[in-house]
Structures are given as structure tokens and as C-alpha cells.
Design a protein around this ligand. Structure first.
Ligand SMILES: *Cc1c(COP(=O)(O)O)cnc(C)c1O
Length: 246
């Protein structure tokens, strides 16, 4: 494989544009953490790169980002291969979108963590593939907190029974919960959703002995400061970093 120096393919203006966005995001994260009395180091910034071209991903990497998120397996495969060819080593790739069971094998082969476990059946498939691949896969359970018909995820009421089963599956590391808040004009509308996810995590952590079950993946471009105030440990940002999607 020919390794291309990442810096040589990033235009100055791309670096400047992404850098400016990222500086604003980092300042917002710090402000929200400070307001909530939280340590900013507890908050992982996942740059969601769906539809984002490789040169902008390389720019983000050059600016220090190491966590990248994709919502589709096929597109993720192209990005992960492309970024490896650019020599962007040490990046951690997060699958944040719905995973179909026929793509589990590929997903387990290329992603470092899966945020979107939305059924016991899917968890079983991931566990089986992870065993076959000889690895442990960190996973989050996706929760449809607001009960939207358009969204994937466990309902809060389904979680205890699901966790009971999933926690027995081999080769899965249960890292916590993930949610996508309903689309709203005012980010304050997402606050009760984030608060509920946190309460669910706390309850489940009390009831089950799961050593890694601490993460809350919540907060996107329109609502991440509120999510951080409510305890997010991973925020998934696309537009805030890369601008509007084309
Ligand atoms: C696209 C996407 C994001 C990022 O969305 P922005 O609003 O651009 O920050 C986060 N999470 C998931 C699951 C996504 O599909």
C-alpha cells in the first residue's frame, strides 16, 4: 500500500475552516462541562464523517481528532480504508447508525465500537461474529427514549430484559447507552430525553454488575451542550465540525 502523507493532501483553507469549527466546538464543550461541574476529559468527541470527503477527515485528524463515526457500513468501509491509506493511524471508528444483520460480519471486522445495538437479535449476531473473529466488541444499547415511530432502539421498558440476555453473550463489552433526541427547534426540548437516558444508565448499573457500563452517547450538533450538562460521555458531531452536509 502506498502511504500518502495526510498533511500533503489537506488544502490550507480546508484546515482553516475545520480548525475554526473545531475550536468553537471545543470551547462549547468546555463551557458546558464547566457549567455542570464536570471534567472535560470525561467527554469524548466523535466526529461524524458521513458524506464528508477524506480531505476534511484528514484535516480533522491533523487537528487532533481520533474518534470518527459513520452511520453506514459500506460508507464506513470506504472511509476507513481511505484513511488508512493516508496514514491516519490510531483512529477509532464508531458505528453510530442502524446495523442490518447481513452487514454484521463487515461491521465487526472494521469498527472499533458499535453505538447502535437496537435489538437482542442484533446483539446475538454481533456476539457470534465477534467470537468468530476472536475479538471483543464494545457496544452501546440504543434507546428510543421518546418512543418515536421513526427511530430504532429499545424502549426504556424493554431495557432490563434485554440487558439480562445481552449481558450473558460472549465477546460483547457493554459500555453503556446511546440515544438520538427528537428533532427540535429548541435544544432545551432534548434535556428531559438526555436526563432520562442518564437515569436509565444509573438504574441499570445498580441492578447489573457490568464493569464498563458507564457511557452515555448523546448530543449532536443541535443539542450537544445540553447533553454534556446532562452527563454525556460521548458527543457525536457532524455539521458542527464539517459544516452542512452536501
Ligand atoms: C449524522 C449523525 C450524527 C451527527 O449529526 P449532526 O447533527 O451533523 O451533528 C450523530 N449521530 C448519528 C446517529 C448520526 O446519524
Amino acid at each position: 500500500m502506498i502511504l500518502v502523507d495526510a498533511s500533503s493532501m489537506v488544502a490550507e483553507e480546508t484546515l482553516t475552516a475545520v480548525g475554526k469549527n473545531l475550536a468553537a466546538v471545543r470551547a462549547q464543550i468546555e463551557r458546558a462541562a464547566l457549567a455542570a461541574g464536570r471534567n472535560v476529559n470525561e467527554i469524548e468527541l466523535v466526529a461524524v464523517t458521513k458524506t464528508v470527503p477524506l480531505d476534511r477527515i484528514a484535516a480533522a485528524y491533523q487537528l487532533g481528532l481520533r474518534h470518527f463515526g459513520e452511520n453506514r457500513v459500506q460508507e464506513g468501509m470506504e472511509k476507513i480504508a481511505g484513511s488508512a491509506a493516508l496514514g491516519l493511524t490510531g483512529a477509532r471508528w464508531h458505528l453510530v447508525g442502524h446495523l442490518q444483520t447481513n452487514k454484521v460480519k463487515t461491521a465487526v471486522a472494521i469498527f472499533d465500537i458499535i453505538h447502535s445495538i437496537d435489538s437482542v437479535h442484533l446483539a446475538e449476531a454481533v456476539s457470534r461474529r465477534a467470537v468468530a473473529a476472536g475479538r471483543t466488541v464494545p457496544v452501546l444499547l440504543e434507546v428510543n427514549v421518546a418512543g418515536e415511530a421513526s427511530k430504532f432502539g429499545f424502549s426504556p421498558g424493554e431495557l432490563p430484559a434485554a440487558l439480562e440476555e445481552i449481558s450473558k453473550m460472549p465477546a460483547l463489552q457493554l459500555d453503556g447507552l446511546m440515544t438520538v433526541a427528537p428533532l427540535a427547534r429548541d435544544p432545551e426540548e432534548a434535556r428531559p430525553v438526555f436526563r432520562r437516558l442518564r437515569a436509565l444508565r444509573d438504574e441499570l448499573r445498580q441492578s447489573y454488575n457490568l464493569p464498563y457500563f458507564r457511557h452515555l452517547s448523546m448530543g449532536m450538533t443541535d443539542d450537544y451542550p445540553v447533553a454534556i450538562q446532562e452527563g454525556a460521555t460521548m458527543v457525536r458531531l457532524g455539521r458542527a465540525i464539517f459544516g452542512e452536509r452536501g
